[in-house]
Design a protein around this ligand. Structure first.
Ligand SMILES: [Zn+2]
Length: 311
């Protein structure tokens, strides 16, 4: 199955990934994925044995929750999840993370070492691993943006499939990190990553209009460039809320009780997204929202140090 999957992953990434890269399997039982840069070439390795882990979670999810949008082509579902892993890894290179990781020339999808990395500027000297967590959130952010693409009113089933493919990976990473006993030393919690993911999905419909407004050099969005109220309601009902329940279901299938507990109720989860967007940091309730807020200031500083505007 491995070679077929590799072909399928490359096919999924065609027209999506901006970087030229080489994709290979690594015969390492503990490795999920890693990326290293050699000259201008980005090498992404995926642990061959972990493909089964992704496939098994999809299989169980589809068996228990026979949802229309995912279909039953396990190979394609697995490849879609692996595509996001590759995109995440490529973003580390795109964002310039290798330039600051002087003593840590490769990045791993799952925490494999306690952070020993020393960073040159003072801003990167955080012994608690929070700088590395920011780099992970940044790679997630840009990979999510790339994979989910521009909002369209005609591709909601495909969008849900992509969102769920990403959540599959986030849930599994947390499970593996827990098994390794690293307690999120270099990676944010799964609920924090899901919070950022669904925070993006919630406002997807407004992004094209925002981009047009910015391109015109204006501040006010033209109402007729936004979807109708009915369309926004339907998007919430058919994409946003089901994506939350997919996260809960996947965490349950994976046996990740802490994720289920930390996600909380949809009401509180989405209220936190609203509070985060309004900058009401002190009023956040859920675990993921709180960690996201804790990292936000450092994340903005790290991004600026890397020469990017903050997210
Ligand atoms: Zn990463």
């Amino acid at each position: 199955m491995a070679d077929d999957i590799l072909i399928e992953v490359v096919s999924c990434l065609q027209g999506t990934a901006e970087s030229t890269f080489q994709l290979a399997y690594a015969d390492d039982p503990y490795l999920w994925a890693s990326v290293r840069k050699s000259g201008q070439t980005i090498h992404v390795s995926i642990g061959e044995r972990q493909i089964d882990t992704v496939s098994d979670l999809w299989a169980e999810f589809v068996r228990l929750y026979p949802l229309d949008f995912v279909g039953r082509d396990l190979k394609n579902l697995t490849a879609t999840s692996l595509s996001w892993i590759v995109l995440h890894e490529l973003q580390h290179a795109e964002l310039g993370h290798f330039e600051v990781l002087e003593f840590n020339p490769s990045l791993n999808l799952v925490s494999r070492f306690h952070p020993k990395t020393q960073f040159p500027p003072a801003i990167f000297c955080r012994p608690d691993g929070t700088t590395l967590q920011c780099l992970e959130l940044q790679a997630d952010h840009d990979a999510i943006d790339t994979m989910l693409d521009i909002y369209s009113s005609t591709s909601w089933a495909g969008l849900r499939r992509k969102i769920t493919s990403i959540i599959v990976v986030m849930v599994l990473i947390e499970s593996i990190d827990e098994q390794n006993g690293f307690e999120h030393s270099t990676h944010p919690k799964a609920v924090t990553r899901i919070f950022q993911l669904l925070g993006h999905v919630v406002e997807m419909w407004s992004i094209p209009a925002n981009a047009k407004t910015k391109a015109r050099g204006e501040l006010s969005i033209l109402e007729d460039e936004l979807p109708s109220h009915e369309e926004k309601l339907a998007f919430s009902k058919k994409v946003i809320l089901p994506a939350f329940w997919d996260a809960v279901a996947l965490a349950e299938v994976a046996g990740a009780k802490s994720i289920v507990a930390d996600l909380g109720s949809p009401e509180v989860f989405f209220e936190d997204i609203g509070r985060a967007k309004l900058g009401q940091w002190d009023e956040l309730v859920t675990v993921g929202a709180k960690q996201w807020a804790e990292l936000k200031e450092l994340n903005a500083s790290v991004l600026e140090s890397l020469g990017h505007s903050s997210i």
